[in-house]
Design a protein around this ligand. Structure first.
Ligand code: ARG
Ligand code: ZN
Length: 879
């Protein structure tokens, strides 16, 4: 059943207070819910509407009177009470079974303890409630549980009372002083320990900060705690937003569907984004923890204090909060190139995941118009493209203008449930601007294409830039209107320096932000005395595909000189992409014959120059040398031959490894990080460049390179170097790989997050086929029930190993169907993510396409399927 945004109606009843009592038992938890409700003057509806799912209704009382069937009506998940009074107290008792809740939505157990996940619609799996984000209430929560098994009892807000009951159980009473939507409710009842600290806030108050983990993990909480303190400071300094509670808790849980959840005062995290120390976590893990701790903390204002009116507005909080966590991570590094490297990572994510989503059957606007299952719309479009949309306001309005907009947004909407339009209007009104056209970024799906043409008029000393925009059709949207696109442009002179820019008679510096609003628009720069090289879309100023007929010489010029690091990197990506496309075409055309591949000196020399340029940040050089992924190459092609793409890319990697051997070895030596491990940006950059050098050396493996990898594996004192060396050995099929994998497992079998890496590394290796994956599934450490573990092996193989997954005999697809079906019976959200590995099936060679279609049909034909998976495979087959 499809739900439409246009059908929104206000809630019939509002809830003022909720008192929840939990008698926690894994096999039978009793929930008593007493709430005060009143009719919503903004609604014409007279019935109370409550949702409930997978819970047993024991009793329902209205103003003290027990209701019997007929007084209320249950249809599916909806419970209606007709003829309700203006105001009422509802008392509802229900029972749920946390230990058999494998969906990890609602109240569930993980390793014997209790946790909740209520976003988006998990609260209705705990009690009957108007479970929609525009119903905001004040919560009081009483938890009761066995005192030895669950010594820690947590919920939102402040701890009011705790102790031991006459029957020997433990109790804790929590009160959240802020009204909130039900999706922000949380409880934890567990055997946990915490790192805690008093932290002084900007206004002089002190808050208690806690990071809760299972015993044995207290050696892995420092970085999360440090990230939390940095987040609080940053929100104070950059936005004047303070922590509004006396206590802020983070809890890590091993079974979790997503990354983390911003429950008011009680953030619950996937262990992956909390636990870290140098022995078990990589640089990327440390960066992930900082970003996600920040993200969830920042939600306290963008999401909790101001929340969403309905789930179509999800990007209101997610796009904005991703933007805020991106800015946080960039500010934590501080340097200009450091910022640029984080920006390059963001561009990579968009191209790797969002552009393909925008071009596939699940394409949807940042603010979707409809959905079957909201959990399917926690997507890269809502999150990352949503963050790009927020970033464009800042690009158009300037940093100060954007800040004014944010201030007005909080002034107007604190304590409210609002829409993306409200956010846009706050931005417009605070700056006296008309941002009506900008709304199309929220309503139109698909990635816009901006085609550029340039002309230098020597006589007139003018340079004209013509920009033509279009957007391909997406499901349900055949026709698109022009977007309001900020296009940041610079012009490089022959010497590589930026020319001063004059637009409309005004000197505007060296980067101009042009506002493209028409389908076809021309901009003129005056006083241009030489033929420049255009640097268009600097800092990736809009989430579009820029087409411009650069030749190699221009790209090399930009790659060597562009003052904008993102476009400098981009020039290298363009150089690489043209080679990769040509080579994969050659491989595909050659069939079984020798395709006689070659990489030209222009490309290799450009790479050599960047690699050896010690004036450049190692982190930037690593980004510049990293080739576009196989997915990004595939996204450029109308007919995708995964093996040809892989062969071509491997060929270029090996060519770099061979022809730049001396330079790579030199950088390998020059970028060692001896001494104590530190996850600071400079050290992370060095390790990244060093390990990329190692990977390239091992891409054309000679004994010396494999030896280097083996020695790094043996001698590494941190997980970044350890895992990089192991991955280099595995990908090179080195004789030492098998032994190294075994030793790695033996050493880390007690660390679940490292065992995930161990599975993932093997799942992603191009030498791994479906039989090997099935083999690994019989390993004693494997289980489909833990999302991290299932993803590490099954999803990594299906979505991260194109060669193995797209085996010509279709065995990968049959495996996919089998696993989607198996997972769906346990956890629809995880199954549905896996299902999306087939999104782009229409783009593959006819043979593969036919086999993919059969696998999709097999899943779609299942009698019992969740809404989640049904929507994804249904849309794949329909579009
Ligand atoms: N709001 C969370 C975050 O972005 C994600 C929760 C998603 N949960 C879900 N079941 N879809 O931090
Ligand atoms: Zn979020």
């Amino acid at each position: 059943q499809t739900i439409y945004r246009k059908d929104y109606t206000a809630p019939s009843y509002l809830v003022d207070t909720v008192e929840l009592g939990f008698d926690l038992d894994p096999a039978r938890t009793v929930v008593a819910n007493r709430m005060t409700v009143r009719r919503n003057p903004a609604s014409a509806q007279r019935e109370i509407e409550l949702y409930g799912e997978d819970i047993e209704l024991v009793s329902l009382r209205l103003n003290g009177r027990t209701l019997v069937e007929g007084d209320y009506v249950i249809e599916g998940t909806l419970l209606r009470i007709p003829n309700a009074p203006e105001e009422a107290t509802l008392e509802i008792e229900t029972i749920c079974v946390p230990e058999s809740n494998t969906t990890l939505s609602g109240l569930y157990t993980s390793n014997g303890s209790f946790y909740t996940q209520c976003e988006a619609e998990g609260f209705r799996r705990i009690t009957y409630f108007p479970d929609r984000p525009d119903v905001m209430a004040r919560y009081t929560v009483m938890l009761r549980a066995d005192k030895d098994k669950y010594p820690v009892l947590l919920s939102n807000g402040n701890l009011i009372d705790e102790g031991i009951l006459p029957d020997g159980r433990r109790y804790a009473l929590w009160e959240d002083p802020f009204k909130k939507p039900s999706y922000l409710f949380a409880l934890v009842a567990a055997r946990l320990v915490c790192q805690e600290e008093d932290f002084e806030l900007a206004d002089g108050r002190t808050a208690l900060l806690q990071v809760w983990v299972e015993e044995g993990n207290l050696d892995k909480t420092d970085y999360a705690m440090q990230s939390l303190k940095h987040s609080i400071r940053w929100d104070e300094e950059r936005w004047d937003l303070e922590l509004d509670l006396d206590r802020f808790m983070i809890v890590a849980v091993g079974d979790f569907n997503m990354g983390a959840m911003e429950n008011k005062g009680l953030n619950i995290f996937n262990t992956k984004f909390v636990l870290a120390n140098p022995r078990v976590a990589t640089d990327v893990d440390f960066q992930g923890i900082e970003a996600v701790v920040g993200h969830e903390y920042f939600h306290n204002w963008t999401g909790n204090r101001v929340t969403c009116r309905d789930w179509f507005q999800l990007s209101l909080k997610e796009g904005l909060t991703v933007f805020r966590d991106q800015e946080f991570s960039a500010d934590m590094i501080g340097t200009n190139t450091g910022r640029a490297v984080t920006r390059i990572d963001q561009v990579r994510t968009l191209r790797q995941a969002q552009f393909p989503e925008d071009a596939g059957p699940m394409a949807h606007p940042v603010r979707p118009d409809s959905f079957v299952e909201i959990n399917n719309f926690y997507t890269v479009t809502v999150y990352e493209k949503g963050a790009e949309v927020v970033r464009m306001y800042q690009t158009l309005l300037g940093r100060d203008g954007f800040r004014k907009g944010m201030d007005l947004y909080f002034q107007r909407h604190d304590g409210q449930a609002v829409t993306c339009d409200d956010f846009r209007l706050a931005m417009a009104d605070a700056n006296g601007r008309d941002l009506a056209q900008f709304e199309r970024w929220y309503s139109q799906a698909g990635t816009p294409v901006v085609q550029a043409e340039t002309r230098w008029d020597e006589q007139a000393q003018t340079y004209t830039l013509r920009l033509i925009q279009s957007c391909p059709p997406t499901p349900g949207q055949p026709e698109k209107q022009p977007f309001h696109v900020p296009v940041a442009v610079g012009l490089l002179g022959r010497d590589g320096r930026d020319l001063p820019l004059t637009v409309d008679g005004k000197v505007v510096g060296t980067t101009a932000v042009l506002e493209l609003t028409e389908a076809d628009q021309t901009f003129t720069f005056t006083n241009v005395a030489e033929q420049p090289t255009p640097s268009i879309l600097r800092d990736f100023s809009a989430p579009v595909i820029l087409k411009y007929g650069y030749n190699d010489a221009e790209l090399v010029h930009l790659f060597s000189h562009d003052s904008d690091p993102v476009n400098r990197w981009e020039a290298g990506q363009r150089l690489a992409m043209s080679r990769l496309l040509k080579l994969s075409g050659q491989v595909a055309a050659a069939g079984n014959a020798d395709p006689k591949l070659d990489v030209d000196d222009v490309f290799i020399d450009a790479m050599r120059k960047i690699l050896a340029d010690d004036t450049l940040d190692p982190a930037f050089r690593e980004q510049a040398l990293l080739l576009p992924s196989e997915t990004m190459i595939a996204d450029q092609l109308d007919v995708v031959d995964p093996l040809a793409i892989h062969t071509a890319r491997q060929f270029v990697r090996a060519a770099i490894g061979t022809r730049l051997r001396g330079e790579l070895e030199a950088q390998y030596d020059a970028n060692q990080t001896p001494g104590e491990y530190s996850p600071d940006a400079a050290s992370i950059g060095k390790r990244a460049l060093k390990n990329l050098a190692l990977a390239y050396l091992c891409a054309a493996p000679d004994d010396a390179s494999l030896d280097l990898a083996r020695r790094q594996f043996d001698g590494a004192t941190n997980m970044t170097d350890r895992a990089s060396a192991l991955s280099a050995l595995v990908h090179a099929r080195a004789p030492a790989a098998g032994d190294a994998l075994q030793r790695f497992y033996d050493e880390f079998q007690g660390e679940p997050l490292v065992v995930d890496k161990w599975f993932a590394m093997q799942a992603a290796a191009p030498t791994t086929d479906v039989n090997r994956v099935r083999d690994l599934m019989t390993h004693k450490a494997f289980t489909l029930r833990n999302p991290n573990r299932a993803r590490s092996l099954v999803s990594t193989f299906c979505a991260g190993n194109p060669v193995g997954f797209h085996a010509p005999d279709g065995s990968g697809y049959a495996f996919w169907a089998e696993q989607v079906i198996a997972l769906d019976a346990l956890n629809p959200q995880v199954a549905s993510r896996l299902a999306r590995a087939m999104d782009r099936w229409r783009r593959y060679t006819p043979d593969l396409q036919a086999r993919m279609k059969r696998a999709l049909q097999q899943v779609a034909g299942q009698a019992k399927l969740s809404n989640d998976v049904r929507e994804v495979v249904g849309k794949a087959l329909a579009n």
